[in-house]
Design a protein around this ligand. Sequence first.
Ligand code: ATP
Length: 459
Amino acid sequence: MPEAVIAAARQFLRSFAKPCRILAAVSGGSDSKGLLLALHSAIRNGGSEGFSLAACTIDHALRPESADEAAAVAAFCAELGIPHLVSRWEGDKPRSGIQAAARQKRYELLADAAAALGADCIATGHTRDDQRETIAMRTARGEGEGQGSAGMASTMLYGRRIWVSRPFLGLSRADIRAFLSLRGIEWFDDPSNANPLFERVRVRSELEGSEEAPAAPWSAAQRAASSTRAAAMIETHVRVHETVVAEIAAAQAGNMSDADWRRALLSVAAVLGGRNHLPGHATIERISGFLQPGAPGRMTAGGVVYDRRPNGLYLYREARNLSVLVIDPGETSVWDGRFNVTNDGQDPVVVTTSQKDGQWNQILIDGDLPRGVAKRATRAAPHIGPARADMAGSIRAKVECRIALYDTFLPGFDRTMADAVAMLFGRERYPAPPVHDVFDRNGEGAGGLPWQGDARTLC
Ligand SMILES: Nc1ncnc2c1ncn2[C@@H]1O[C@H](COP(=O)(O)OP(=O)(O)OP(=O)(O)O)[C@@H](O)[C@H]1O
């Protein structure tokens, strides 16, 4: 029903706490063109005072026609009087994982465009069809139970910077196409949507013709409720020492049959391991099999050591596959997925492991950690030194813990848990969304890391 499209746009505008400027991400395909047009009509036809629109098209420069398609969207926006930017993905493209890389770049460029055009949030044209495919793909990958998958969130925070909303997640693509056709508006069909090399395209063709939508294992509301319980458990049962060791009371450590606790524990472990995803089913089974009986011992999963002792469970990064990273003056880089390191000095610095760094070891022991835990965790802690032996100047570097699991893409329904995790690791809470329809939580601030500022003092 084409009228459902305008209704969805109106409902989206009503979900905002206050009027703002929205950046529509418009590829030129039917869904995003429908989104732009429906928001434009909803704003123009009254009742949405104070709202305004801007638009952006990312030219991924992966197909010869993409520049012309972006120019056609620019012309469409000009007709509607909507400010529009084309942002081009310049430079070399990776040979493998092109879709994931393009997605990452697209959000980065969209966030930059929003800043340039003064937009407060981004809206994309994801539909119910996209949601079905996402759920089917996650289920097939065995992410369902482990991630507590609720499918795509209706809002997500990108890069700790800007909220992205998907107002058409409840609409079918057919409705949007009918809405455009009624108005005589055409759209592009991206040929990569027909390329069976891509997982999403294969899943789409499998789902075609079936009316049954694959059910998400959890609804968004259930996931938000689980996130709140998990956050409370994190606050009660987990203590993080100097961002490198998590300590969990013995009584709680083996409680793996509680799905909320399991997710809380695995999220903390993912941050310690520098991972941007939770482990899959098989790994979770292995971890549960180790923790549930409660016997002392050690196991490794996802780059993290689970060190079970009579008085508690200790998690820390395994001292393997740790890279050596050189950072030029003025640059910020990510080391081991776990730390954002900024070189504020005049000379290049190198980030490696602390190996036998006595200072780290002593700090962890002073924090009442068992000596064996302190010794092992020290081997994977960061150490910042001069990039060349002949550089005697002072090192000035800022080190901040990175929450790989949430810092790039945070689903709105996980924000409470993400906040609890961020606080454990000395980061601030994530910014609140501009819309009401995601789970909300009040509260401010976070303590700084003991070694924020000049990293030289500790590393
Ligand atoms: N080249 C583009 N320029 C601007 N917006 C885009 C572009 N490609 C996709 N989008 C936005 O993203 C929405 C979803 O597109 P698509 O399904 O191709 O992306 P996806 O990679 O599956 O989604 P996601 O990035 O959230 O995983 C589109 O409706 C549009 O709003």
